[in-house]
Design a protein around this ligand. Sequence first.
Ligand code: ZN
Ligand code: ZN
Length: 408
Amino acid sequence: MTVIEEMQKFAADMTEFRHDLHAHPELGYHEERTADRVARRLAGYGVDVHRGLATTGVVGTLRRGNSTRSLGLRAELDALPMAELNRFSHRSRHEGRMHACGHDGHTTMLLGAARYLADQGDFDGVVNFIFQPAEEGGAGANAMIKEGLFEQFPCDRVFGMHNAPGLATGKFSIRSGPMMAGCAFFDVTVGGVGGHGAMPETAVDPIVAASHIVSALQTIVSRNLRPFEPAVVTVTQIHAGDAYNVIPAQAVLRGTVRCFAPQIMSAIGKRIEQLAANVASGLGATAKTDYRVVYPPLVNHTDETRYIADVAAELVGEENVLRDGRQTMASEDFSFMLNARPGAFINIGNGDGDGGCAVHNPNYDFNDAILPLGAALWVRLVEKRLAHGDEAGVASDHVAMARDGGAP
Ligand SMILES: [Zn+2]
Ligand SMILES: [Zn+2]
């Protein structure tokens, strides 16, 4: 019986578990109930459980044999601060919170793999099941690393998986190198002089200055970057004023920057600051910019990308693995883990039908049909990477290096 067929036996249980998480979404660093449920399940499977890393993080450790080779597999616990519009029975019970990114599904797939591996996994080494808090803007992955994740739980390699709406079920997508953009946030505070709305000559209008700044920011991507450097500068918030007839003293702009290269990220930050200050000054106002890089770009390592793609191809056939998958300007804090350890991040198709609605959409739902496949990918990755003897993980590194012409 194949691993996917074995996993199908867990399908009903996984679906029930996933629905329960979906109905009880929790925000970053407050995933107490979710972490409790995950920890209880892991302990029930006989996996060693460690809690409290980055507040609500959970790490399950499973050892077999004598090998010290180790793998980290990561899933996310958190939901988003948004209202769900779905009406199905497992919709969110918490007003203003929703599992709209499928982290409920990712957590369930990793637990399914832990259950199988604890029960009948055939491997020699150490698997760390990493359940992180606060992926959605809270940099939970980085918080776990800073609190000693990889010192307490050594991982030779790390892997992550995310569902991809629009990609057919039964398909995987991945690419070597930069796959997801880095992310920065900015605040521009525009200072003017308040006054009567009917007497603009007595005031310095920060709303007019802010409007010109928004327009000027559009020139960064179109005029300052090489056309071959993908980047996004988006103003997402404008706040100013309270009355119809008062010119306020201040306006605040906020927004996000996405791009793939750290030097471009800092160059854009400098440009925002210069444009804001000088456009404001031309209009008699002032502008102060606060610019902070939140997530680095997600860069897949070449050998590990090929490795997990090969495992995926064994499960679903080479024709269903896009090895040159699309880049996205969305961001992901698994990038911190890939900056700390070699590894790769793979997308699993969530379906391309009518229900294939995008993540972060109020009508989104994780596709339960792919739970066994995602869990099976984790299982096969572990069993191949940590195969008995020397032939798998270590030997295949050497094969890959020889193929790439790299030195050991
Ligand atoms: Zn998300
Ligand atoms: Zn996500």
